[in-house]
Design a protein around this ligand. Sequence first.
Ligand code: GLC
Length: 650
Amino acid sequence: MNMMDQPAYSFAVDILSKNGFSQKENSTFFFRLSNSIDTIKDLYNEIYGRTPGAQQSFGQLILSLAKANSERGKDLIKRDAEKGKTGDWFLSNELVGMSLYVDRFAGQLKNMKSKLGYFEELGVNFLHLMPLFESPEGESDGGYAVSNFRKVDERYGTLEELVALRKSMQKKGMYLMLDIVLNHTSHRHEWAEKAKKGDPEFQNYFYMYDDRWIPNQYDASMPEIFPESSPGNFTFIPECNKWVMTVFHNYQWDLNYMNPNVFRAMLDNILFYANLGVDVLRIDAPAFIWKQTGTSSQNLPQAHTLLRLIKQCVSVATPGMALLGEAIVAPKEIINYFGTGDFLAKECDFAYNATQMALQWDMLASGETKVMLAAQHEILKKPEGTSWITYTRCHDDIGLGYDDYMIEQAGKNPYEHRQFLKNYFTGIHPHSPSIGALFSSNPKTGDARISGSLASLCGLEKAINDQNEFSIQRSIQKILMMQAHSFFIGGLPMLFYGDELGYTNDYSYLDDPGKSYDNRWMHRPIIDWKKNEKRKDKGSVEYEIFEGTRKLISLRKKLNVVADHKNLSWIPPHNIHVAGFLRQFGGKKLYGIFNFSAETSFLTWFAFKEIRPVPEKLVDHWSGQEFEIGMDHEYLIMEPYSFYLFEPIS
Ligand code: GLC
């Protein structure tokens, strides 16, 4: 790129002033730009430096940043400044999130305002609204097949209603997360429609081929994501007689980021969302955004470069918006989405702790902590200043994608262990109370993931069917233990709507042809507000789960030792059934101790003596009970699936 002839900042200032952006009026923007422009240029160059017209397209990128910055609302600029003062605002222990579908939760966006009190009652102050932008009914993948990135789907309401909701939320001190579906569009997006009509400019927005020659090469090394409902990675498009890459469903066309126009258009969409007032942007499926034959086309270095570039651009144009990379990949790959090398902690601010989530389920099924502990050397690499989204369930399946060696280190055979987990969560195993289903089984590889709601996987559905009060109580205990584990381990806890009340699987999706092929819908409930009212009936299942969840949230908010300062260590495994971690910060300590066994467990008091100063007494914030630390040969006794949140006291 011959823009090298001119220093990048002077190049940018020239373009901006020619287009009416004056340094005087936008001094803070220009300051941020001057600090980042060299990095932005290098990252852009790395990917697009050799494309025709690179200098001009780089100039347009700078204009996009200035334009987005100039369109940023005053309220958001103020909010950016406040966030800047607090530093890493998103590491706070006071944030607690919930992920929900607006239609299934409240019908429409306009009804959401009246539900804000519900979140306040529970303590949730951060909402992830599942995709709201236009998406064809029946071919929508829950909104992850977007046909218009700027238009709220009529099913939910309007853009104005979304902004109004955001404003009401922010007045109450709440935060908003939305998705950008970066990897693909719906086949009904105007770019795809133009491509179908034969427009070469837009065919170049996708991976489109005349025959199977290149698709076969990709397919040879790319895994299948939805092998049952959408096998292979390409779909034939009769309208233009071409094959197009469709890694997910056949109606989701993969965007071709080798084309700089695609990057710029999607960056504009990202900045558009930032200016709607999004606090955290969930970048959907970032692992997939760069493809290369001969590779799995996941987690490629170019995908990371593009994310770093997005991070830099957002920090300059709309600095208050943090980024979450939804990379549900192998443990050692997830960690790279926080950035590596010179870009450590300069890529995504958040990633899902999908490894720990899956391992919590592994512990629940096996009653043992060994596999989970074998994964920690990867998980604990997360850099300071970044954070996890911690969760027990979300709208997706539970993948068992942790590495075989982790299972082997626990003395188990990986194939047999995964087989056991699949049997356990689908209720085939004789000791399992779970009712779940296998999702995306691939007979070629033997892989499968798991669908099912938190409550059903914890045995509540079966216990209610059997009218077994003991089992009902036990499943409530499991639900709360799973939530406690994810609330206190470090990161922003993200509840999945309905789990706060123990919603069990919903099988109505089977009657809807637009959903029946995808059993993830079994754990995406339709909220029945009469049922939710039962949270007020003392003694009801809903009351117990809601109150327990509410209490855990309020405890988390009080204990700032659990803010995510990379301050987690695991206590040595004195008992293979008991997971125990220590959080330490600012002279404070909190032990989270969890018995994943169906039996009573005994933990030597010595476990609390390995880190000095040795406390004399512990107070359990969950029960309010105090415990004296006993002799090494004496034990803390733990009921099945019980947990303690211990703070040392003297
Ligand atoms: C993400 C979403 C998932 C969707 C996929 C394709 O993984 O969480 O629900 O199916 O991306 O967009």
